[in-house]
Ligand binder design. Structure first.
Ligand SMILES: [Zn+2]
Length: 281
């Protein structure tokens, strides 16, 4: 039996029941050190008992390789010295948790979960999904189901989740449209898609990461672009909430300076939270 030496039996069963091939959606066979698709023969690695569902196509694409490497580096740096201050994180988690509401007995997927700190605060059957193995190892330590892969190619069967969360993700990913399409597939017909993104953000502030990280925030969102992205992909927005938090950047000196500013006096939302549902409902 796979996983049982370290992983809980529950996790083993979960993966066998809910994962599918990212290349062809085929049925998977679980071996000791890898996962194999019975339909197209694609192979996926298992590292530290975490299924890494990257397709061979993605792994041979140079841009994607660089992207994955960049986020492993960001994860490593973040785990050493948190990118966002813990008070800001806690405030944001509380706010997002309130926005989502009751999740008891719900199947939840957090895309770009990082080390699972937000999921940890939620009830339900929770899956931490991230591009970074460094983050997922931490998520596993707090007993979350951890799966690696790309948001643009989710390795879950159709209509698996009641709630899919993309918090601070859509501004990072290479292909947001693809992510939305994948969410549509994995979400149950009456499920909720929860999005949180920076609102009308000035991307120039990420210039300070030039040379350090190749990829940071790739785009900003406003009401119009968010509506279009969802509408074009068969989602309708059912709730929306704007939030203001103090900005945070990884350089402590800049962080302190920004936090000293009376940001609320600018009267401009910094984040927006959305709940979207499939249009047929
Ligand atoms: Zn396959």
């Amino acid at each position: 039996m796979v996983f049982l030496s370290i992983y809980l039996k529950e996790m083993d069963n979960y993966f066998k029941k809910n994962l599918c091939c990212v290349e062809c959606e085929g049925k998977l066979e679980f071996k000791d050190d890898c996962i194999k698709c019975l339909d197209c023969s694609s192979e996926f690695k298992i590292k530290n008992d975490i299924p890494l569902m990257f397709s061979s196509q993605d792994c041979s694409n140079n841009l994607m390789k660089e992207y994955i490497e960049c986020y492993e580096k960001i994860a490593k740096d973040d785990l050493n010295d948190s990118v966002t201050e813990i008070e800001t994180l806690n405030e944001r988690y509380k706010d997002l948790k309130n926005f989502i509401g009751n999740t008891k007995d719900k199947a939840i997927l957090d895309i770009g979960s990082s080390q699972g700190l937000f999921l940890k605060t939620m009830e339900g059957q929770k899956v931490a999904f991230d591009i970074s193995l460094n983050y997922l190892r931490e998520a596993k330590k707090i007993n979350l189901l951890a799966v690696g892969g790309l948001a643009e190619a989710l390795p879950f069967k159709s209509e698996t989740f009641d709630i899919v969360i993309c918090s601070d993700i859509l501004e990072h990913v290479l292909a947001p449209e693809k992510v939305i399409k994948e969410v549509y597939k994995t979400l149950k017909s009456d499920g909720s898609f929860i999005i949180e993104v920076p609102f009308e953000e000035d991307l120039l502030k990420y210039k300070i990461y030039e040379g350090k990280y190749k990829f940071t925030h790739l785009r900003n969102f406003n009401d119009k672009t968010l509506f279009k992205l969802l509408d074009d992909n068969n989602f309708r927005i059912v709730r929306k909430k704007y939030s203001m938090y103090k900005a945070s950047l990884s350089l402590p000196i800049i962080r302190r300076l920004l936090n000293a500013l009376p940001i609320k006096s600018f009267k401009k939302p910094i984040f927006v939270q959305l709940e979207a549902k499939k249009k047929n409902l």
